[in-house]
Write a protein that binds this ligand. Structure first.
Ligand code: DX5
Ligand code: ZN
Length: 215
């Protein structure tokens, strides 16, 4: 049973309401919202106002991925906008445990992410403090990039660490996932698959959703 998290960055913003309604109707598990600041990543996306708009359009769980150089400055704004879970990067907070507490104090779940070039072993000791590990399978910044195959052994290592330590942390994988490689990512041990282009560009979103949720 894998969960599907369409990445709204891959939606058609001229018909955002319809794309969100489609996700709700298809019962996707979460909506993945990519927030970029032009500093931590070389791109800018959207902010709390759009998250609030999306929150008003759907009852789906909002999974907010902060690709920000100073994420803690915006925790409260995104929590108020309706984020259910907020993820920040270990690259900007090498001591992430106090930062997770800030999120918990705001009443949101906690996620910790690493980029493709960071060894997974560096994040494992922190997972007992987090609800979610977000493994990037592309360098963040843009949708539509190719899945980096070296992510697979990182997923396997995180899966066996989480299972052998009886942690409740879920593993989410983000970047370059589509109908063709979803099973490989899930079989490696991922709980949640993010799909931007792969979902919104599909001409059979219903079939894709069923397929992923059946993995
Ligand atoms: C990458 C973002 C991803 C991205 C995924 O910077 O964090 O969530 O939107 O898009 P696809 O699935 O197109 O790689
Ligand atoms: Zn993301």
């Amino acid at each position: 049973m894998a969960k599907l998290a369409p990445s709204v960055l891959g939606a058609d913003f001229t018909r955002l309401g319809e794309d969100i309604a489609d996700c709700t109707r298809l019962n996707v598990d979460l909506l993945h919202l990519d927030i970029m600041d032009g500093h931590f990543v070389p791109n800018i996306s959207f902010g709390p106002a759009i998250v609030k708009t999306i929150n008003g359009l759907t009852d789906r769980f909002l999974d907010v991925h902060l690709m920000l150089a100073e994420p803690e400055k915006y925790f409260e704004a995104f929590a108020k906008a309706g984020a259910d879970l907020i993820t920040f990067h270990l690259e900007v907070h090498p001591d992430p445990v106090p930062v997770a507490k800030q999120l918990r104090d705001l009443g949101v779940q906690t996620g910790l992410s690493i980029n493709p070039d960071k060894p997974v072993e560096e994040v494992l000791p922190y997972l007992k403090h987090f609800d979610l590990l977000l493994l990037m399978s592309v360098f963040p910044g843009f949708g539509g990039q190719k899945f980096i195959g070296e992510t697979i052994p990182k997923i396997e290592t995180a899966r066996s660490y989480i299972d052998s330590n009886n942690l409740s942390c879920e593993i989410e994988v983000d970047g370059g996932i589509d109908g063709d490689n979803a099973a490989t990512v899930s079989n490696a041990g991922a709980d949640i698959l993010v799909m931007g282009t792969g979902f919104f560009g599909s001409n059979d979103r219903a079939g894709l959703t069923k397929m992923v949720q059946g993995l």
